[in-house]
Design a protein around this ligand. Structure first.
Ligand SMILES: [Zn+2]
Length: 151
């Protein structure tokens, strides 16, 4: 099984095998779609969240806390749109070049997956929020919790 936390030591033979394993794992994932859903259908939501690697598990856990979605119904039942800042990247003028990509992706997600909701998830100490709003606006918990205005 591929273990992403282990570095691939290219050009060592062991690293080469690691790349082969990664390619094989990718191929298996592509053919191992969930047993209950097709590429289009009715899904629960689209999650918009940040690229910050500290929150991958927590964001999945958060999705399990949503009202109206049982945890056992959550697995392989929502899509994700992940980019720096998550919802901050989707709307803040600092990241205007990304906005069309987000809205076009949302349009496709609604068309294909018939999602009833979008979950926008942010987090504390977000590097993208610092870039968008400035360090002072995210310096303390109180500042981060205050609704942020466009600059
Ligand atoms: Zn972030």
């Amino acid at each position: 099984m591929l273990r992403p936390q282990q570095p691939v030591g290219w050009p060592h033979a062991r690293g080469f095998l690691g790349l082969g394993t990664a390619a094989l794992a990718g191929g298996l994932l592509a053919t191992a779609a969930g047993p209950s859903q097709a590429a289009s259908g009715n899904y629960e939501a689209m999650l918009v969240n940040c690229i910050d690697p500290r929150f991958t598990t927590l964001s999945w856990q958060y999705m399990g806390l949503l009202h109206g979605i049982a945890r056992d119904k959550l697995a392989d039942n929502y899509s994700q749109f992940v980019f720096a800042g998550g919802p901050v990247g989707a709307i803040h003028p600092k990241f205007a070049a990304w906005h069309n990509t987000f809205w076009e992706n949302l349009d496709i997600t609604v068309s294909l997956h018939h999602i009833p909701r979008v979950v926008a998830l942010t987090h504390r100490d977000c590097g993208a929020a610092k870039l968008a709003f400035g360090d002072a606006k995210v310096a303390t918990k109180e500042e981060e919790t205050t609704p942020m205005q466009k600059p």
